[in-house]
Ligand binder design. Structure first.
Ligand code: C2E
Ligand code: MG
Ligand code: MG
Ligand code: MG
Length: 282
């Protein structure tokens, strides 16, 4: 499309921009009510051990079922939640809910919760995590907090101290979407990450002929291992991708191959054989 300085051409864009702004304002207003109206829910996606393909954890992923528009994708409403500050109360709810579900799973199954940079600045974050663990009698080692490189892009002075305080509770950190955001590696020591999550963009390109993505995955795995971190390959959709990542030394695998994000009851049944047997017997 030709960008023009001429008035006539520019006008064509104005209605579209206004529509977008209006759509966003409407989304903001609806999102402000969504929590209280029970429109938010968590879906849990399995993470498996590469060596034996057993489930070792689930990632909690937020879902919004809008009364008029149906399912709104997180990539659409999370940025709105971040921009409006709604991510703070919503985030508290996610942490409490994820811990409550994890408490019903066997001890070896962890739960991963995503944290936006804005949530790290939340003065109530530490207390919220602490209370969610205590109220559900959940071993802190079973909670993994996923943060992205973008946190360190506009890093506040208090960020490192905040991460250390969280780490002091006994929870672990994973670096999400690694390799997509930020080219500096200087921040890697700041949160004592246990795990790097290799972004889906590398995993899906890895098995394509002539792609450099495989070499990048290899480099990430070797970087992780030399810093005493494990890796998870995100967005693994095919057996071929899985075998490829496993051969390169990725310890854990997450993706549609092993399960899509699913309702909490379904996730729970996958890791609690007794529950599953009862369901089958009925
Ligand atoms: P993420 O943390 O990187 O989560 C992984 C995303 O990849 C999820 O998208 C998941 O459904 C998708 N995925 C997993 N396996 C596959 C696969 O094999 N193929 C494909 N095509 N996709 C796969 P989702 O659920 O749409 O979430 C998008 C993003 O929204 C998340 O990316 C995360 O950054 C954010 N998000 C989701 N829930 C929360 C939350 O509770 N709090 C915050 N702060 N952010 C969240
Ligand atoms: Mg994540
Ligand atoms: Mg990710
Ligand atoms: Mg992502």
């Amino acid at each position: 499309e030709v960008k023009s300085n001429g008035r006539g051409a520019a006008c064509r864009f104005i209605p579209a921009i206004r529509d977008k702004a209006e759509e966003r304002r409407a989304l903001e207003a609806d999102l402000a009510q969504a929590l209280a109206r029970g429109e938010l829910s968590l879906a849990f996606q399995p993470v498996v051990e590469a060596s034996d393909e057993h489930i070792v954890g689930f990632e909690a992923l937020l879902r919004w079922n809008h009364p008029a528009h149906g399912k709104v994708p997180p990539d659409k409403f999370i940025p709105v939640a971040e921009a409006t500050g709604l991510i703070i109360p919503i985030g508290h709810w996610v942490i409490r809910n994820a811990c409550a579900w994890a408490a019903r799973w066997p001890d070896h199954v962890r739960v991963a919760v995503n944290l936006s940079p804005a949530q790290i600045e939340d003065p109530l974050l530490i207390e919220t995590v602490q209370r969610a663990l205590a109220d559900n009698d959940l071993d802190p080692a079973r909670l993994e907090l996923e943060i992205t490189e973008s946190l360190f892009l506009n890093e506040k002075p208090a960020t490192t101290a905040k991460l250390a305080a969280l780490r002091g509770l006994g929870v672990s950190f994973a670096l999400d979407d690694f390799g997509t955001g930020y080219s500096s590696l200087g921040y890697l020591h700041k949160a004592a990450f246990s795990r790097i999550k290799i972004d889906r963009s590398f995993v899906s390109r890895a098995v394509q002929p002539g792609s450099e993505a495989g070499a990048i995955i290899q480099a990430i795995v070797s970087l992780a291992h030399s810093l005493d971190m494990a890796t998870t390959a995100e967005g693994t959709e095919t057996r071929e991708e899985f075998e490829f990542c496993r051969a390169l030394g990725c310890e854990q695998i997450q993706g549609y191959l092993f399960g899509r994000p699913m309702p909490p009851e379904e996730a729970t049944a996958l890791v609690r054989p007794a529950t599953r047997l009862r369901l089958v017997a009925e």
